[in-house]
Design a binder for this molecule. Structure first.
Ligand SMILES: [Zn+2]
Length: 477
């Protein structure tokens, strides 16, 4: 549980003084939620609707949903032997107090028993939305046990506690919203003329209402202006329009775009695309809006042309990789043939191979240098010889003969992160025997085929080499 600071403490006191469940709320819940919390009870003599208390005849099956012919409510049909059934729904009240929006979370719990349904309302959470913070207050009637939460309708609310882990998404407020209190509460504040209810209740995007409310707290003038222009999707993102001055400064497009923007109630991402392509074509804009790499691709491409050339959500990532490689290979990114290849996949694979070859070529050169640096560590007796890996090809060959992963060491060997040596029988120098990995002049691994350990004799020789040759290097290094 979190620490309740003084400001929040005062808000809690103010809320407890002025918040209630008004008659308006009760009427609204009675109309919008209670009717759904009912059943049609079927017995031999007919059907009974617990909502309108009327009887009628129907051949509907048990568990089926049917519309009551009297009250027109769509309800589930259950047997008359049913003992108990509960219905749960959430709703919210939005309030404004002390410069904060409050989303009050309620649970409606209705229980069926003996042909009757009882309804109960309990407020279990308050989300306090400040200009820069959000606080989730939970009532003592809100019970959490491991991952399950429930509202205890039998208990009385006594105090609020601050939940500091409100970011866990399931704590967010949910349910339909009662707006009836807000208008009066906003009177006299700078939010008085913000059409918050109209904009938010018609919004179909994915932004959380708590985030939208916080933006409105911070940018009420932008919000009001954009809403009044009927650019409600942009009003939702009123924080993105902080620039003052001309239309172009505010929106990044010329003023003649305004009717188009209003007509399609464009979103912020659609506006960014309009800014880039400068074409008032909503079909193209919405197609481009589906791309997740739009910004990266638009750095290089004329996006409208790219669409014509086959860019789509299925190949955009390949296209991005392709352009990325083209840049690394210093290809001319002004050349239309580079930018819009006829066969994207083929062009992509071609560049990938070129990059691979270049990288391998670098490794080949570096390994040659490594050999020159390490060749003085070569050591032999009458049976064995140890010498550094001379070439990239030798490394690959050793790897496949030994069936080990030394191949993946090539880069680290080339970059001097490890030293790699081969140990062979003097009379069979072409056949691999032991691969030795050395770091800081110490043997860290010596493996024979299939990553098995060496024989005692081999180990003795490796030790001797380490003690006489490598240790000496350490001293004089
Ligand atoms: Zn009915």
């Amino acid at each position: 549980m979190g620490y309740i600071n003084k400001k929040l403490k005062n808000i809690i006191i103010d809320m407890d003084k002025s918040f209630s469940i008004s008659l308006g709320v009760r009427k609204w819940v009675k109309k919008s939620i209670y009717p759904k919390h009912n059943l049609i009870i079927k017995s031999k003599s007919g059907c009974y609707c617990t909502n309108c208390h009327k009887e009628f005849y129907s051949n509907a099956k048990i568990y089926e949903y049917i519309t009551c012919p009297k009250c027109k409510e769509n309800l589930q049909v259950r047997k008359c032997t049913l003992q108990y059934q509960a219905f749960i729904d959430d709703f919210r009240i939005i309030d404004y107090i002390d410069g904060c929006f409050i989303l009050r979370g309620f649970e409606v719990k209705s229980t069926y028993n003996n042909f009757k349904v009882n309804h109960n309302i309990a407020e279990y959470q308050r989300l306090v939305i400040d200009k820069d913070k959000k606080y989730l207050l939970l009532s003592n009637i809100y019970k959490m046990f491991l991952i399950t939460q429930s509202v205890c309708h039998n208990e009385k609310h006594t105090k609020w506690r601050l939940h500091n882990n409100y970011y866990s998404h399931w704590y967010y407020s949910k349910g339909s919203i009662y707006w009836g209190e807000l208008k009066k509460e906003l009177e006299g504040s700078i939010y008085q003329y913000c059409p918050i209810e109209r904009v938010i209740s018609n919004y179909t995007g994915t932004d959380e209402i708590e985030n939208i409310l916080q933006r409105i707290l911070n940018y009420p003038i932008s919000f009001e202006l954009l809403s009044k222009l009927n650019l409600t999707n942009l009003a939702i993102k009123c924080n993105c329009f902080k620039n003052k001055g001309s239309f172009e400064k505010r929106f990044g497009v010329t003023k003649d775009c305004l009717p188009f923007m209003i007509k399609h109630n464009i979103t912020i991402t659609e506006l960014n695309i309009l800014k880039t392509i400068k074409r008032k074509n909503i079909k193209i804009i919405r197609r481009l809006n589906e791309l997740s790499c739009f910004d990266e691709l638009a750095k290089y491409l004329d996006m409208v042309k790219a669409l014509d050339c086959g860019l789509n959500t299925g190949n955009e990532h390949i296209y991005r990789d392709y352009l990325d490689m083209a840049e690394r290979l210093n290809l001319n990114l002004k050349d239309k043939q580079v930018l819009y290849p006829n066969d994207l996949m083929k062009a992509h694979d071609k560049l990938l191979k070129q990059l691979d070859d270049i990288e391998n070529q670098e490794i080949v050169e570096k390994i040659k240098i490594r050999y020159e640096e390490l060749k003085d560590n070569t050591y032999q007796n009458e049976k064995y010889i140890i010498y550094p890996v001379p070439t990239f090809a030798d490394l690959i060959a050793e790897s496949s003969m030994q069936n080990n992963c030394v191949r993946t060491y090539n880069k680290r060997y080339a970059e001097k992160e490890v030293d790699l040596y081969l140990m062979r029988l003097l009379n069979k120098r072409s056949k691999s025997l032991v691969t030795i990995e050395v770091r800081d002049n110490k043997v860290v691994q010596s493996k024979i085929k299939n990553n098995n350990d060496c024989t005692k004799e081999q180990l003795l020789f490796i030790n001797e080499w380490q003690n006489t040759i490598l240790k000496g290097r350490n001293i004089y290094a």
